[in-house]
Design a protein around this ligand. Structure first.
Ligand SMILES: Cc1cc2nc3c(=O)[nH]c(=O)nc-3n(C[C@H](O)[C@H](O)[C@H](O)COP(=O)(O)OP(=O)(O)OC[C@H]3O[C@@H](n4cnc5c(N)ncnc54)[C@H](O)[C@@H]3O)c2cc1C
Length: 369
C-alpha cells in the first residue's frame, strides 16, 4: 500500500523531506501558504561551520552524505567579531553565505528544483485538516504555534529581527558580528555581503516588543556610523523564536525544521538542521525507524546551544570584551574554527573568567560539577 504523506510548508525542511521521500519511492502532497517558493525579503544567511560541528563542512555533508544538491553564494574566509571595546578577526574556511529569498539560487529554490511532487500553493493548512486523509503529516511550517498547541514546545529565545540591504564597499568573503548588550539584549548583529557592493545587515534583539525595535535599529546605525558608510536600500522586520520540542514525533505528526526545535537557541541558525531533519523524517516514514533516535545528535547539540545561550544572556558588555580578548589567545582562534573540538567547552571556559561572574556560576548553569 502506498503511504499517503502530507507536508505542511514548502520551506527548507519540508522540501528536503520531499526530496528524500521521493528517493524512497513516496510522493508527498505539499501544502504551501504562500503562492511562491522562498521568502518575501531577500537576504544573505550563513552556514557557520562552528555551529554545524561535528560536521565541519555543511555543504559537503549535504551534497555528499544527504544526496541533496546545494550551492552556496560564496564561501566566507573571515569573521570579524566586535564587542563594545574590542575586536577580533578569525580567518580560514569558516562557512558559507547562502541566498534567502525568491532568487533561483536561493536555498529553497535550489531544493524545489529537485522535487517532482506537487506543491499546493496558497494553501494554509493545519494538521487537523489533514489527519483523516493522510497516514503521516510532516509539520514543516517554520513556526512554533503547532508544537505549542500540542504541548511539546519549550521556548528558549524570542527575538525581533530587523534587516536592511545596503550599498557600499564590502569584502565579499567576510562576515561581521557585533555583540553588544545595549543594542541586542544579548543577541547579536551581523553583516553578510551579497557581493563587493551590496550587503545585508540584520539586528536580532531579544525579549522586546515590536514597538521597541526601531529604537534599537537607529541606535545601532548611529553608534556605528552605518548610514555614513553605506546607502540603505530597504528594510524588513520579522519575529523569530527558537526553542526545542520534547518529541519530534507525536501520533501521525513529524515536527521538523524550526517547528521541530531545529533553530538553535544560541544564534537562531537553523537551515542546516532543517535540511537534516527533513531527511531524517523521510527516512523514519519510509523505514519505520524511530524519529527521535534519528534526531538524537541534533537534539543533543540543541541542548548544548541552549546552555550556551543562558551563559550569553547573563553576560555583560564587559564580559563580551573579555571573551574577545580570550579568543585572541595564540592558537585558540584556529582551534575554535578549524577543528572539530566542541566550541561550547572552549568558549564556556572563556566566559568562566568573565569579570561579572565566577566559575561556580558558569558550571552550575551548565549543569557541571
Ligand atoms: C531573517 C532570518 C535570518 C536567518 N538567518 C539564518 C542564518 O544565517 N543561518 C541559519 O542557519 N539559519 C538562519 N535562520 C533560521 C532558518 O532560516 C530557519 O531555522 C530555517 O529556515 C527553518 O526552516 P523550516 O523548514 O522550519 O521553515 P521555513 O524554511 O521558514 O519554511 C516554512 C514554510 O512553511 C510555510 N508555511 C507556514 N505556515 C504554513 C501553513 N500553516 N500551511 C502551509 N504552509 C505554511 C511558509 O510559507 C514557508 O514556506 C534565519 C531566520 C530568519 C527569520
Amino acid at each position: 500500500m502506498t503511504l499517503k504523506v502530507a507536508i505542511i510548508g514548502a520551506g527548507t525542511s519540508g522540501l528536503s523531506c520531499a526530496i528524500e521521500l521521493e528517493k524512497q519511492g513516496i510522493s508527498p502532497v505539499i501544502f504551501e501558504c504562500n503562492d511562491f517558493i522562498g521568502e518575501y525579503h531577500s537576504h544573505v544567511s550563513a552556514f557557520l561551520g562552528l555551529i554545524t560541528r561535528p560536521v565541519a563542512d555543511p555543504i559537503v555533508y549535504i551534497n555528499r552524505d544527504l544526496g541533496i544538491k546545494l550551492k552556496p553564494l560564496n564561501r566566507f574566509r573571515k569573521v570579524i567579531h566586535y564587542s563594545p571595546n574590542n575586536q577580533t578577526v578569525v580567518s580560514g574556511p569558516l562557512g558559507y553565505f547562502m541566498i534567502r529569498g525568491r532568487e533561483e539560487i536561493s536555498v529553497k529554490n535550489q531544493l524545489y528544483a529537485q522535487i517532482k511532487s506537487h506543491v499546493h500553493f496558497g494553501s494554509f493548512v493545519q494538521p487537523e485538516d489533514l489527519e483523516n486523509e493522510f497516514d503521516h503529516i510532516v509539520v514543516a511550517d517554520g513556526q512554533w504555534t503547532i508544537p505549542a498547541r500540542y504541548g511539546i514546545w519549550q521556548e528558549m529565545m524570542r527575538t525581533w529581527l530587523k534587516g536592511g540591504i545596503f550599498e557600499g564597499d564590502f569584502e565579499d568573503d567576510t562576515l561581521h558580528m557585533w555583540l553588544d548588550k545595549e543594542l541586542t539584549n544579548g543577541a547579536y548583529i551581523y553583516l553578510a555581503p551579497y557581493s563587493k557592493n551590496k550587503a545585508v545587515i540584520a539586528q536580532i534583539v531579544q525579549n522586546i516588543e515590536h514597538a521597541e525595535l526601531n529604537d534599537y535599529w537607529y541606535r545601532f546605525l548611529s553608534s556605528r556610523d552605518i548610514l555614513k558608510k553605506y546607502n540603505l536600500l530597504e528594510t524588513w522586520e520579522l519575529p523569530h523564536h527558537a526553542g526545542s520540542v520534547t518529541t519530534n514525533k507525536l501520533n501521525k505528526m513529524y515536527f521538523i525544521g524550526a517547528s521541530g526545535g531545529g533553530a538553535e537557541p544560541f544564534l537562531g541558525f537553523g537551515q542546516f538542521n532543517a535540511i537534516v531533519a527533513g531527511v531524517m523524517a523521510a527516512k523514519s516514514i519510509a523505514t519505520g525507524a524511530d524519529m527521535n533516535f534519528l534526531m538524537k545528535d541534533l537534539t543533543k547539540k540543541g541542548q548544548q546551544m541552549a546552555d550556551f545561550r543562558s551563559l550569553m544572556n547573563s553576560a555583560t558588555n564587559k564580559d563580551f570584551d573579555h571573551l574577545l580578548t580570550f579568543m585572541k589567545t595564540p592558537g585558540l582562534r584556529s582551534l575554535i574554527y578549524k577543528t572539530d573540538i566542541n566550541i561550547l567547552d572552549i568558549l564556556a571556559k572563556g566566559l568562566s573568567f568573565m569579570p561579572s561572574r565566577n566559575k561556580g556560576d558558569i558550571l552550575q548553569s551548565r549543569g557541571g560539577k
